[in-house]
Design a protein around this ligand. Sequence first.
Ligand SMILES: C[S@@+](CC[C@H](N)C(=O)[O-])C[C@H]1O[C@@H](n2cnc3c(N)ncnc32)[C@H](O)[C@@H]1O
Length: 353
Amino acid sequence: MKKIDKIFSKTKSMSLDLYLEKVLYDKNVGYYQKKNPFGIKGDYITAPNISNIFCEMIAIWVVSFWENLKKPKNLSFVELGPGNGDFCLVLLKTLKNFPEVFDSINIMLYEKSEKLKKIQKKRIISQKVSWIENLKKIKKGPVIFFGNEFLDALPIKQFKKINNSVFERYVNFKKNRVNFVFKKAIKKQVNKLKNYKLLRKDGIIEYPEYGFKELDIVCKKIKKLNGGVLFIDYGYQVKKNINTLQSIIKHRFNDINKNIGNADITSLVNFALYKEYFDSNDLFVENVISQSEFLQKMGIIERARIVSNKMNSSDKSNLNLRVKRLIDPKMMGESFKVIFAKNKKCNFSLAFK
Ligand SMILES: C[S@@+](CC[C@H](N)C(=O)[O-])C[C@H]1O[C@@H](n2cnc3c(N)ncnc32)[C@H](O)[C@@H]1O
């Protein structure tokens, strides 16, 4: 707890999203500044860590998008939150089988954690790949943005609506512990919520203000340069207004007040809200589909069959279990969803129709 009080040294209390930003990314305290959270030895496992085949399906989707865009000579591909770099490595390997796309693509990695950036730079050595600090730096298009489990990592604000009054959740540090308190929300903030259908029901309302600020640039780039953005994440489309913040350490749920700075904190993604957000930013949004549907339409089962032909029986059953984990509705298949927003003049809809 000693270090935690440092983030409160200049202020008695802070909004929930600022607090999350600090416990995840502060130079001294932040979880992502000191930990490599991925894999069995880490805290959680993501789809790219589960199987290369997941990444191949996205790579093939990118190749098809490039064809649909009339094979541009300069395609910018931006991965948002590349984690340990697993996806990017498979993307590079797969695209080498498509030399025209490989020659045309420029891969940019957008990563907030210095620790993860170091890991990525050590693992990914390719002239095709560069790291960008600011999304405004993307100049050449068309541009495809992709993020797996990026949205759930963005800090959220929380509000509580009781009858017609709205309160915002703040965090303070008293008696050597972190406390959550609600304060009357300021009018400017309530007006932002009114832009969405969020205030229709009472209960806890979650709003990713920081994320929207970053996505504003993504939307502008897509409108200017053509292209689209694909996000895969866990979340819901119809939500009861409840608190979805969750903390994970060593693959188990953790009390959000414990292991601060040593445990990941995420929230479930409100896909209906993101759809509204992209709509209001003048992009066309395809119907949100499940990860299972997306991967099966992209041919994951056929690909697994081809790859497993050359495998011994133990590798084959290992691969089948991994694919099952990705597409089974009781595992990741339904809880993970896919959203694709694109420039309105673009007619690419592979896997969504
Ligand atoms: C849950 S991890 C997912 C990593 C990877 N995409 C995967 O699926 O394995 C979230 C990633 O997003 C990064 N991240 C979170 N917020 C970010 C932001 N605002 N800007 C850039 N990267 C961010 C994290 O540091 C981490 O690399």
